[in-house]
Design a binder for this molecule. Structure first.
Ligand SMILES: [Ca+2]
Ligand SMILES: [Ca+2]
Ligand SMILES: [Ca+2]
Ligand SMILES: [Ca+2]
Length: 550
């Protein structure tokens, strides 16, 4: 059973074929499709990968021992070299003790060994040889002593300028050369700015700008430029990843007579064919470090953009964009073209990013920041404003609700009462009126009152204001009235009656008796005593003088 990347021969089809065979055929039908030399699986191009198993594979009559070992469970591949070059084949990703050999020849019993290996990466195998363009190589993978397992085979034909030491020399003030980094590798001492590097070497004829570019390439290229004569002691000069779409433009100030080594490769493991062009124009701006965003991604907070580092002394234009949380869908925000941006309610739950366009005389290019964290609310969200209950009358208490709020719990509340003019305008804080309720006093007469409730949680704080009350009026007799007994002794009955009424009391019984000290018609005694506080309309009884006894 075998599947091979980049071909129509899929694992699923192979599994189906094996399943059908196991129901109907003999045990040997379980053998892998490329068990026999004549059924070798074709590998193609400058690099290729195959995976599968040698389980139930067999050794054919006349088949040689691979790597000098007896083996017994071989599978076969074949590959026709598309170019001359150093070719590496290895099984290091396999899970069993492999044997690996490459041959030329057209029959299993008439092969010429090119290279073979038993163990090089653990018990797995690797071989390298100089392949010749058009030659077909027969590749056997066997298990030592016939052991089976899962097989991973990699083939790589290195480009001629894979190694720093084999750089292709290019010359002149402008030109271009076609190349590929398919099958290229990164050497041990290489700075590693690009993956799958191939090398070019250029000596500046004069001092001044120089630009190397891979615009229009078939894959995501990167270019790094160095000076120095050995991999371990290179000095960095310039780097570019994406400057013309996924192509690269590396520009620098060249010095007459200096030799520059230009590594062309892929971003992120990509490889393919490219055209490297160069000239002596000043380079358009190129991003050296990505733009970045400073600040907290929260509603109402201001984020500040940084363009990052660029070559080419550009001027910058900014545009802020918004992505959904999984960053599947991103768009620029209309009008958000400042270096700073204040997150809005629309940004909550989304992420923000910064686009920087850098321009100089040679052109412009664009780079992007990472997206921010998901924008959080600035605080609890108010869904109903606070309400004030109670009469706006002197001496009364009025009370506030918090209003309704949503957001991260817990939410805490603070109150600030305000006094406003009779129309509800010109409001100002009332010092010390910071509880959920407040007492209306005489200073508020003719004004209106309202409350500002501030709700706070881990995200921040937000305020909501009630409607103003009605205009504050004098207290009405809503209080429980009391009878406060007046002092009545010596008063005329008429005056006593009026005083009793003013005191919210009521006349009780009136008795008359002689008095040697109080003139006739005036109060001699009262019950209850003066100053007593009773329920409203309590009766006050009087004794009125009849004058002296004769
Ligand atoms: Ca075999
Ligand atoms: Ca081995
Ligand atoms: Ca390389
Ligand atoms: Ca790129």
């Amino acid at each position: 059973m075998l599947s091979k990347q980049g071909t129509a021969r899929t694992l699923a089809v192979a599994v189906l074929a094996i399943a059908a065979a196991s129901l109907t055929g003999p045990a040997s039908a379980l053998a892998p499709a490329n068990d026999s030399f004549d059924e070798a699986l074709e590998l193609t191009g400058r690099s290729d990968t195959a995976s599968g198993t040698n389980k139930d594979a067999t050794k054919e009559p006349g088949e040689p021992n691979h790597a000098g070992e007896i083996g017994g469970a071989s599978v076969w591949f074949q590959w026709t070299a598309p170019a001359d070059g150093e070719t590496t084949i290895e099984t290091c990703g396999s899970d069993f003790d492999t044997l690996l050999a490459a041959y030329t020849g057209d029959a299993v019993n008439a092969l010429t060994e090119i290279e073979s290996n038993d163990d090089v990466c653990g018990f797995q195998s690797s071989i390298s040889f100089a392949a010749e363009e058009g030659e077909t190589y027969r590749i056997a993978v066997d298990g030592r002593n016939g052991v089976p397992g899962l097989l991973n085979l990699q083939l790589r034909l290195a480009p001629p300028n894979d190694d720093f030491a084999d750089a292709v020399v290019v010359a002149g003030d402008d030109g271009s050369v076609d190349g590929t980094n398919e099958g290229a590798s990164v050497e041990a001492l290489e700075p590693g700015s690009v993956s799958g590097s191939v090398w070019y070497r250029w000596t500046a004829l004069s001092t001044g700008p120089a630009t190397f570019m891979t615009c229009g390439s078939t894959f995501d290229t990167a270019i790094a430029v160095y000076t120095g004569s050995a991999l371990g002691s290179l000095a960095f000069v310039a780097y570019s990843d994406d400057a013309c779409n996924l192509g690269s433009i590396a520009g620098f100030e060249a010095t007459a007579g200096t030799t520059y080594s230009v590594a062309v490769g892929g971003c992120c493991g990509e490889s393919g064919d490219f055209t490297l062009a160069w000239n002596r124009n000043p380079p358009p701006p190129s991003s050296m470090t990505y733009p970045s965003i400073g600040g907290v991604a929260r509603e109402g907070q201001t984020l500040t953009g940084s363009p990052g580092q660029w070559t080419g002394s550009p001027t910058f234009a900014y545009a802020w964009g918004r992505c959904d949380a999984p960053v599947d869908d991103c768009d620029l925000i209309p009008g958000a073209t400042g270096q700073s941006y204040t997150a809005t309610t629309s940004d909550i739950g989304n992420r923000l990013f910064l686009q920087v366009s850098a321009t100089n005389v040679a052109g412009s290019s664009t780079a992007y920041s990472d997206v921010t964290a998901i924008v959080r609310p600035g605080g609890p969200a108010n869904t109903a404003v606070p309400q004030v209950f109670g009469r706006a009358a002197i001496g009364e208490f009025i009370d506030s609700t918090t209003g309704n709020w949503t957001g991260t719990q817990p939410i805490t509340y603070a109150y600030q009462w305000q006094i406003c003019d009779s129309s509800g305008n010109g409001c100002r804080n009332l010092t010390g009126a910071v509880a959920a309720s407040m007492r209306v006093d005489a200073a508020h007469l003719g004004s209106t009152l309202r409350v500002v409730v501030t709700a706070s949680n881990a995200d921040g704080a937000r305020a909501s204001t009630s409607s103003p009350t009605g205009v504050v009026v004098r207290g009405q007799s809503t209080q429980v009235r009391r009878c406060v007994v007046p002092k009545l002794r010596g008063k005329t009955l008429r005056a006593a009656r009026a005083a009793i009424r003013r005191g919210s009391c009521r006349m009780g019984q009136v008795q008359r008796r002689f008095s040697s000290t109080v003139r006739a018609g005036r109060v001699v005694a009262q019950r209850p005593r003066a100053g007593a506080r009773l329920a409203a309309n309590a009766r006050v009884h009087l004794v009125v003088s009849k004058g002296k006894r004769r």
